[in-house]
Unconditional design. Structure first.
Lengths: 107, 121
């Protein structure tokens, strides 16, 4: 199975900050990498697929990069509604494993 | 608009069984693969199972293989998860999710609100 790790596990930031989250796969997954956002008590929301393609309706302050084993999710200017937990997920092979999540909270 | 509504959660004793359902609307259900993902209390997302659009292929996480069965009824736009031999560690919110693809890259683009399963004596 492909293992996914994320760093940091949590971070504190202020509105307007630039935030970057890293996701790493245990083997090469090309760009079969998705990102999701989850707020407390809510279902996850799909943000990015193929490592860097924004889902329709997702604000352009979100961006993704990477290929192979190393990926990043960047929020260029953090907004109040962006405080949440972010998960990466590989869709290269089953089981479609998720990373452990990165919680972004208010400094 | 796409809607996924899970039901069937509840409290069950260890070793017991439960059947979850997910009612789909707002898209052509029979054209899309579907997945189950769970989230234990205070934990992250845990992929459980998936089924092809026509039900021909099914995949499971090792943790539930042989105990859980994913199925679908395309005539009723319904996805199901039969859970047997339940354990305390199966306690979680269970989400169904629609499988979407673009340019050969696939993802879970719509999620239900989840249904809580508690395994406890």
């Amino acid at each position: 199975d492909i293992q996914m790790t994320q760093s940091p596990s949590s971070l504190s930031a202020s509105v307007g900050d630039r935030v970057t989250i890293t996701c790493r796969a245990s083997q090469s997954i090309s760009n079969y990498l998705n990102w999701y956002q989850q707020k407390p008590g809510k279902a996850p929301k799909f943000l990015i697929y193929a490592a860097s393609s924004l889902q329709s309706g997702v604000p352009s302050r979100f961006s993704g990069r990477g290929s192979g084993t190393d990926f990043t999710l960047t929020i260029s200017s953090l907004q109040p509604e962006d405080f949440a937990t972010y998960y990466c997920q590989q869709s290269y092979s089953t089981p479609f494993t998720f990373g452990p999540g990165t919680k972004v909270d208010i400094k | 608009q796409v809607q996924l509504v899970e039901s069937g959660g509840g409290v069950v004793q260890p070793g017991g069984s439960l059947r979850l359902s997910c009612a789909a609307s707002g898209f052509t259900f029979s054209s899309y693969g579907m997945h189950w993902v769970r989230q234990g209390p205070g934990e992250g997302l845990d992929w459980m199972a998936s089924i092809h659009y026509d039900g021909t292929n099914k995949y499971y996480a090792d943790s539930v293989k042989g105990r859980f069965t994913i199925s679908r009824d395309n005539s009723k736009n319904t996805l199901s998860l039969q859970m047997n031999s339940l354990r305390a560690e199966d306690t979680a919110v269970y989400y169904c999710a629609k499988y979407g693809c673009s340019g050969g890259r696939c993802y879970l683009d719509y999620w239900g609100q989840g249904t809580l399963v508690t395994v406890s004596s």
